[in-house]
Design a protein around this ligand. Sequence first.
Ligand code: NAD
Ligand code: TYD
Length: 350
Amino acid sequence: MSKSILITGGAGFIGCHVVRLFVTKYSEYKIVNLDALTYAGNLENLKEVENAPNYNFEKVDIQDADALDLIFAKHQISDVIHLAAESHVDRSISDPMAFVKTNVFGTVNLLNAAKKAWVGELDQHLFYHVSTDEVYGSLHDGGFFLETTAYDPQSPYSASKAASDHFVRAYANTYKMKTVVSNCSNNYGPNHFPEKLIPLCINNIKNSKPLPVYGKGENVRDWLFVKDHARAIDTVFHRGKPGETYNIGGFNEWKNIDIVRLLCQKMDQKLGREAGSSEKLITFVQDRAGHDLRYAIDATKIQKELGWDPSLQFEEGIELTIDWYLANEEWLEHVTSGAYQQYYKELYEN
Ligand code: NAD
Ligand code: TYD
């Protein structure tokens, strides 16, 4: 096979879309999905590719350096696409160290494993690090995040992602490792764990439960359909220039409260409920500590230099997303049972 690509975090939300895209589009590549299967990882996300001849799964924690060395040797890994991370800001506020362990320590472990496996030929292999726009901090006075915007992370999550980005660039500079980094805005779509705003609201509207909106709901995020992010990762992996950074975004800014209202309207229609009934579920709750006001990405560089564009309009993507959740009740039940119930209780009922 022409490449043997290690994709970390492939059982998570974005990772499963990337794995599915690569396994089906590139039958000539061996794809190795490495994932520790934390609460956020779910092999049900990969049913459609689990029997593909070019797909492999390894249950490994990136905190385990020895295990990573074995995986690089066993599969003769030629390239890495690194998505494994602790990804939820609220969890990072209650347990920052978990984020340091996976996002910082785990990323450095992975860099070391790659450096060791590729010694003498570092220029022939790519280490692609998938990051977030949250490393740039919060926009208060208009404007957009550019690739040159100074890092200013404000939450334990974004601080841990910023640290991991810095380590990747430090390995490129110090050891001449071939690396590329992309920083993407908020994703939405199928397989999104229902602790995040959009799937949480879809799930709660369905079950007629309160919709917790932090503060006044004025915070702004730029939303991108997850399959468009997976397409962007494919583009950057194949056409990105080594050493470069690419911002990825949807040119699609929304206030949280407007998204929640949109979800209520769409779901009232789909569930045959009286117009306006789900909006009554909106409940303003205590704001998130240190809540970033606005994220907005300028994705002109990836558009102009690599020819990538978002393919879906937000209204279309939201329809697809709601339909997916309504058609996949079993998936939702599986991921929201047990530990999730306890997490939800602690976060919203205290
Ligand atoms: P997710 O939380 O849905 O999935 C993370 C995956 O990583 C899970 O499958 C989990 O089991 C795995 N994982 C966690 N810790 C691990 C460890 N120690 N070892 C091995 N595997 C481990 O996250 P996501 O939303 O799919 O995000 C994927 C990546 O994209 C992250 O790096 C995140 O920072 C980045 N990102 C996410 C968004 C977003 O909106 N979700 C936006 C921009 C960037
Ligand atoms: P989230 O999906 O957690 O993504 P991020 O914090 O990484 O942007 O949250 C998106 C926005 O929605 C963010 O401004 C916080 C807000 N939010 C709520 O208002 N209520 C909720 O229950 C959640 C989970 C988020």
